[in-house]
Write a protein that binds this ligand. Sequence first.
Ligand code: CA
Length: 544
Amino acid sequence: MKKRSMAWLLSAAVLAGSLTGCAGRKEKEPLSYMQEVNEAVKPVKMEDKYRNCYEIFVYSFYDSDGDGIGDLKGVDEKLDYIASLGADQIWLMPVCPSPTYHKYDVTDYMAIDPAYGNLEDFKKLVKDCHKRGISVITDLVLNHTSSEHPWFQEACAYLKEHKGKTDINEKDCPYLSYYQFEKSDHDKNGYARLKGTDYLYEAQFWEGMPDLNLDHPAVRKEIEKITAFWTSLGVDGYRLDATTSYYTGRNSKNIEFMTWLNDMIKKQNKDAYIVGEAWCDSMTYTSFYQSGIDSFFDFDFAGNDGEIAQCVRGTRSAKDFGKSMIWMQDKIAQNGKDGIDAPFYTNHDMARSAGYYAMDDKGEKTKFAEGLNLMMSGNAFLYYGEEIGMKGSGIDENKRAPMYWSKKKSKGTTKGPQGMEAFDMKFAALDKQKKDPYSIYSYVQQALRLRRNFPAIARGDVSMDEDLSNEEVLVIEKKPKSAALSPVVLVYNMSEKQQEVDLSKMAFPQRTLSGVLTVNKKKISLQKERLLMPGRSIAVLTQK
Ligand code: CA
């Protein structure tokens, strides 16, 4: 309570300052309702694996040297922005040398793509992140290499040389066993033909991405060297690309491999955080927690057809959303005792969310969806540009458009991937949104703030008030396992209309309104035990 009255005093002082027209001082906007309530609480610094992670496609983020391509120095220059948004972890999409713009096909696992900079830039970036309390995870693409990787090139050259001969020997060319070569006259699904030979090689994505033979001890040795290298440079963890494809269609093998990978990485760095991409049904990706990998992306909730978007459209009830969160929490706990959910709403493979909703010119649905995502338990992920509701759908290049810093062509703006179509953004650029305390940016900033103010939001086990929850309203408590952290209650109004919640009937003891997310200027009010919630609002309640 004391802290809140301090904020009132502060805003009164700002107001007084602007009234008397302090010389040399720009008139300051009064605090918005969300800022007033949420910024009166001090963020809690936690040293664990629960973070607010910002996913960065370096190519399209910020260009430091004017060649139109984003780079590591550019990310470095924008760390203050990332910190002020409220993120305390970044996930760098692949940074290793690669023939493609997206770099998910690596030609050298222990170097930086020259378009992005060099290893010195990387080391400095990690150091500058750590100075700000931001941890760094990098993309680890182990399912396949680039077809231009020297390992593959050597293996192919050997096979071409020995065309028609029978003396093919692994000892003459160890790289043969790094991949899945197979002699065959017939084409095979998931395989590509090595031109001019009677060999196929496994390439589940496309011919430019030959699958590695992850069973082979020599390949595992290489992986150990690779992760030891990045660990020595200070990275805090990894995002594992395409884990369902490690052994396509063989999930027990996938789990076995990831168990090895997890144990091996954590021997190098016991505190490493690892999150896997398993774009599949939730029964499968929750079973992957058996490997000990910390997190898997929670695809059920993401994208245009996910739980979040369905709730925002009103095609899924508030209570069912609560049930889904509890189902997920139970499934994760059954499979991995220290498993951490990894909620996200969109990523670089999905259409951006600004296109998900009709009749959303003011961005209220877009904001609320971010609220639903960022109030979820676990390590929450936010794809760059979603904090301003950037647009981008159709071909992949469109989903990875230049960060929209400013409407005017400004310093640092990237040119975007070749082949990207021309389209206009739906919502304003960052520079404009930053000045507006009711913008999408400000909303996302407040949501990230709440995650830092109340550790229970990320770390609490969810239980639902069955009686107060219904089609439109959801009431949940989040109780952390650690008794040192206080539980919180979250009340969601998922409808567009005002809802009233009678807290005297609530199963949980929390009664103080300590955090708010609202999509417009309407306020949440608490009169005695009547909580009045405007459409699409979320309240955080704590105990006195
Ligand atoms: Ca550049």
